[in-house]
Design a protein around this ligand. Structure first.
Ligand code: ADP
Ligand code: MG
Length: 255
């Protein structure tokens, strides 16, 4: 499969008045088109830092992040979509105005791009809420709207930083599966940071297990399920528990 992103010997430390905090140490992996990589690791180990580096928001101290062979930067020509724990929908704008916001800011709002975004609202059941305010939507619908706003810019890669963790457990299950299905249907490449192993296994094509800070890669575990099965079917399959135990062991092994 086509190589999209290459993370090569990346290290990063934060420097503050209190001193130096090494966050990442010699991280190497490759993202191919269509991958759904899930990144798991202890709290505070450097997961969000890694996504910021992949987005070009931070520059590596050592090593490089390449997208299609070019170093990523905010000024680059490639589009990277970023979705966070809080959906950041604006209450003073309607759902339609929210999902068009990115295009508006980037001066890319044309009748054509608008039509394609309204198409996404239709496909994913939000069209009838296009004139509603975010507070009138359920938690799940809000995350759908946030995803559509991200997809509107046609990103080459989607970076998701614990996007479901603000939702209660029940909602998180359905929304996680739902968002995963949309990403798959749209043929997007995604990197999901999560502390929820079940979420990682139910959505991922590979799981990257990070050590505690400064994060190093402990293991990359490929996840094999038939293409056609849903996240829920994955959760109910016999292999699920084996993957869970394997990753759990990896995470809790003494370094
Ligand atoms: P995670 O997302 O895995 O919980 P982060 O990448 O957010 O971890 O943070 C990794 C480490 O870097 C933590 O110890 C955190 O306190 C520290 N850190 C994060 N952001 C900053 C910052 N802006 N300045 C200084 N230290 C930071
Ligand atoms: Mg984080």
């Amino acid at each position: 499969m086509e190589q999209l992103m290459d993370i090569s010997h990346v290290s990063y430390s934060y420097h503050t008045m209190q001193g130096e905090t090494p966050a990442l140490s010699n991280i190497n992996f490759t993202v191919h088109k269509g991958d759904f990589l899930a990144i798991v690791g202890p709290s505070g180990c450097g997961k969000s830092t890694l996504l910021s580096l992949m987005a070009g928001l931070l520059e590596p101290e050592q090593g490089s992040v390449f997208l299609y062979g070019q170093k990523v930067s905010l000024k680059g020509s490639h589009t990277i979509g970023y979705m966070l724990q809080h959906d950041h929908l604006f209450e003073w704008r309607t759902v339609e105005k929210n999902v068009l916001l990115g295009l508006e800011i980037q001066n890319k709002l044309t009748s054509e791009t608008k039509k394609s975004v309204l198409g996404l609202l239709k496909t994913y059941g939000l069209y009838k809420f296009k004139d509603a305010r975010p507070s009138q939507l359920s938690g799940g619908m809000r995350q759908r709207a946030a995803l559509i706003r991200t997809l509107a810019l046609k990103p080459e890669i989607l970076l998701l930083d614990e996007p479901f963790s603000a939702l209660d457990y029940q909602t998180r299950l359905t929304v996680g599966d739902d968002i995963g299905a949309i990403i798959k249907k749209e043929g997007k490449t995604a990197i999901l940071v999560t502390h929820d192993l079940s979420e990682a296994i139910s959505l991922g094509t590979q799981i990257i297990v990070l050590s505690k800070r400064p994060a190093t890669i402990k293991k990359i575990i490929p996840i094999h399920f038939p293409e056609s099965i849903s996240a829920l079917e994955r959760r109910n399959s016999p292999e699920f528990k084996d993957y869970f135990n394997k990753i759990w062991k990896e995470l809790n092994e003494h370094e």
